[in-house]
Structures are given as C-alpha cells and as structure tokens.
Design a protein around this ligand. Structure first.
Ligand code: UD1
Ligand code: UDP
Length: 364
C-alpha cells in the first residue's frame, strides 16, 4: 500500500512528522514523502526536518514562491509526473496551503485516493486563500480526518458522507506533546534577555494583515503600545519582512525600544518562547491551537477563526485589528490568570496513530 505524503510550507512539517512515525507500526504501508518546495529558507523548512526527525523527502519539487495561480499550477505539473510514475494507492495532504489543494487535485483526477488531514475547518471567510483550499480539498477527498467537533459539524452541513469522516484529534498537538520536554532545554528566553511570563510574542503573516498598508499601520500602532508594557519579541515571517519594507513601516517597528524583531525560529525554540510568554499575539492558525495546550493567552488578530475550539475551551480570543479592541483584550490578559488549561477532545498526542490505523484498515 503505497502512500505519498505531501508537505510544502512551515505548518505542514509539524503535521507530517507524527504521520511518518505512525506508519512504521503498519508493515503494509510503504510511505513516500514529497516536499513541494513552497517554503525553502533554512529556517522555514530544513530546520524543522532536523528538529522533528522527519525523514529526508524522497523528492523536492522545488517550486518556490510565485502568485497563487503560478505556484499551484507548477506544483500540479510537477506532481502529476511523479504521481504517474509512482502510482501510489493514496495521497495524504495536510492543512490548507497551496501545496495541499494542488496535490489533492492532481491525485483525484488520476483516480488516486486522497486523504485530508485537518479536514472540516471553516472560517467562512472566502477572502482567505486558505478557506478556498480547505473547501476544495475536502470536496475531493476520500478520507477526511477531523481535529475538532466544529469540523464534523461543517462537513455534515456540507453533505459529506459520514463514512468518509474520522474524528481523530490533532497531529499538530501530537508534535507539541512529542517535543515539549526537549523544547524546555532551549535557552532562547535567556538569550533574548527575557524572563518567563515577562514578555509577549508576536507572529503575523496573513495577507489580510501584512499586505494592507492601513491594517498593518493600525497593528504597528498597537504593537507600539504593547511593547511599552512588556518586552515583545517578533519572529518575523519572510512575507511580513518583505511587505513591511514595501509599506514603509519597517523603520518604525525597528525603532521601538522594547520590540525585538528576529528571524523565524526553529520549532523547539518557538515552543519554548511561546510556552514561557505572558501573551501571544498572532494571526497564525497553528499557534491558536498550541497556546491552548500550553495554557498561554492568545490574542488572534483576525475577525474569524476556523478553530473555534480554541476559543470555547482554550485560551484564544479574537480581537480583529481595531487598536482599542486589541488593547482592551491585552490589558485583560495582563490582569487575569489563565487558569487550568483545558484539553480539547482527542488532542492527546495520538492523532497520527489513529490516522495510520484508518488508512491501514481501509487498504488500497
Ligand atoms: C503560506 C500559506 C499559508 C500558511 C503560511 C505558513 C498558502 C496560500 N499560504 O503563506 O496558509 O499559513 O504559508 O507560514 O499556501 N518566502 C520566503 N522564503 C520562504 C517562503 C516564503 O522568502 O521560504 C516569502 C516569499 O517572498 C513569498 C512569500 O514569503 O512570496 C509568501 O510565501 P507563500 O508560500 O506564497 O505564502 P505564505 O505567506 O508563506
Ligand atoms: N513556528 C515556528 N517558528 C516561528 C513561528 C512559528 O516554529 O518562528 C511554528 C509554530 O509553532 C507552529 C507553526 O510554525 O507549529 C505555525 O505555522 P505558521 O504560523 O507559519 O502557519 P499557520 O499555522 O498559520 O498556517
């Protein structure tokens, strides 16, 4: 039973790592790993393979950066050749990036079965490229692996046959649990001269925030206020770095005395950094989930989330991009203890094992 597993962008690596491990318990599964090359900088890709013990990809399609259409089309062209040659029984795609939909679409048109890990999540915001990728990938997948109850509900409302859907938990959290102890050895907090719970972490990369001058201008104003309260560290995504320079905001951010902009950091350092923070301000999908498990306040600078369990049970609050709303929520976090962190159902570190079992049981 040959399974081609696809990864391409940073959040994919945390999701694919536990799957590659879990296949080892099933002798009939012959896994292959393909990296599309959507992300390629050392600290956006290679570092994660090393730290998470992901096997070297069998192939890197080396597609790199481009517009949505060009990037998606290039992945499709290159992956089709590979799929025709390898004739896998299954293609497993994770998350919601362009690599996810591109490879799922190629596979399904070749009559190869597709499994989607992290299916059913919906922000109901079609301005988000990821929402389009999610809806389309789910529509053409033969197996849908769901992380939280909202995913089950969404797929049911869309009329997806329940036989295809499996509530398995969250592979992102498998990786968090597998690496938590190792991450405690990181000295990133001291090396940045920070103190546990004495600083904030910021990550931003959503186009709706960082591609828009007015929105990013508002966020810059808020970050100025927030860094006056506590030192704030901002591991900056390459998209954001390029855009801030273009939007003319880089100098203002760099001039803030307690705001430290650093390069994106590896997984272990980032886990230690967020786990020891007072407040995390982000527009990332995965970080909303990680902070819920770490029991750290998360303020999500978006109007919606496809991960509502992190609000209902976790530490997450949607704050949009209005400065008053963000500051109000931030001040609340600074005066209130997080309390005992709740664990969403099946976020127990065994999601990948459940997925491998379903695949093995389903067969080719
Ligand atoms: C992509 C995903 C997004 C995900 C994010 C995770 C899509 C549509 N978007 O967004 O869902 O949340 O990854 O990080 O798939 N760049 C580099 N080096 C790299 C990678 C990117 O410099 O290694 C720069 C390039 O200028 C590139 C830009 O970042 O044009 C955007 O990269 P891209 O992969 O197109 O989208 P992301 O914003 O990273
Ligand atoms: N992450 C990391 N280093 C960083 C920023 C994020 O290792 O400097 C990790 C983070 O812990 C999470 C994942 O990257 O596991 C989230 O990826 P990202 O925010 O790029 O994408 P999204 O989840 O929004 O699709």
């Amino acid at each position: 039973m040959k399974i081609i597993n696809i990864c391409g962008a940073r959040p994919n690596f945390m999701k694919i790592a536990p799957l590659m491990r879990a296949y080892k318990n099933h002798a009939q599964i012959e896994p292959m790993l393909i990296h599309t090359g959507q992300h390629y900088d050392k600290n956006m890709s290679d570092l994660f393979f090393k730290q998470l013990g992901i096997p070297e990809p069998d192939l890197n399609l080396e597609i790199g950066s481009a517009s949505h259409a060009v990037q998606t089309a290039e992945i499709m062209k290159r992956f089709e050749t590979v799929a025709l040659e390898e004739k896998p029984d299954w293609v497993v795609v994770v998350g919601d990036v362009n690599s996810t939909i591109a490879c799922a679409l190629v596979a399904t048109k070749l009559g190869i079965k597709v499994a989607h890990v992290e299916a059913g999540l919906r922000s109901f915001d079609r301005d988000m490229p990821e929402e389009i990728n999610r809806v389309l990938t789910d529509t053409i997948s033969d197996l849908l692996f769901v992380t939280e109850p909202s995913g089950l509900e969404n797929l049911k409302n869309e009329g997806v046959c329940s036989d295809k859907v499996h509530f398995v938990g969250n592979v992102m959290i498998d990786t968090l649990r597998a690496n938590f102890d190792k991450a405690q050895e990181s000295n990133i907090v001291e090396s940045l001269n920070l103190k546990t719970r004495g600083y904030n972490v910021v990550t931003l990369h959503r186009p709706s925030n960082v591609d828009d001058a007015e929105t990013m201008g508002r966020i810059t104003d808020v970050l100025d206020e927030i860094q006056k309260d506590l030192p704030t560290v901002f591991p900056m995504h390459p998209r954001t770095k390029h855009n801030l320079a273009k939007l003319g905001l880089a100098d203002r951010l760099e001039a803030m005395s307690q705001l430290k902009i650093i390069e994106p950091v590896g997984y272990l350092d980032f886990l230690k950094l967020t786990g020891s923070a007072a407040v995390v301000l982000t527009d990332s999908g995965g970080i909303q989930e990680e902070t819920t498990i770490l029991g750290v306040w998360c303020l999500t600078l978006r109007e919606n989330t496809e991960r509502p369990v992190t609000i209902d049970q976790g530490t997450n609050t949607l704050v949009g991009t209005d400065p008053t709303r963000i500051l109000e929520a931030y001040r609340k976090c600074r005066t209130k203890e997080v309390g005992e962190a709740k664990t969403p159902e099946k976020w127990d570190g065994k999601a990948a094992e459940r997925i491998a079992e379903v695949l093995a049981r389903t067969g080719n």
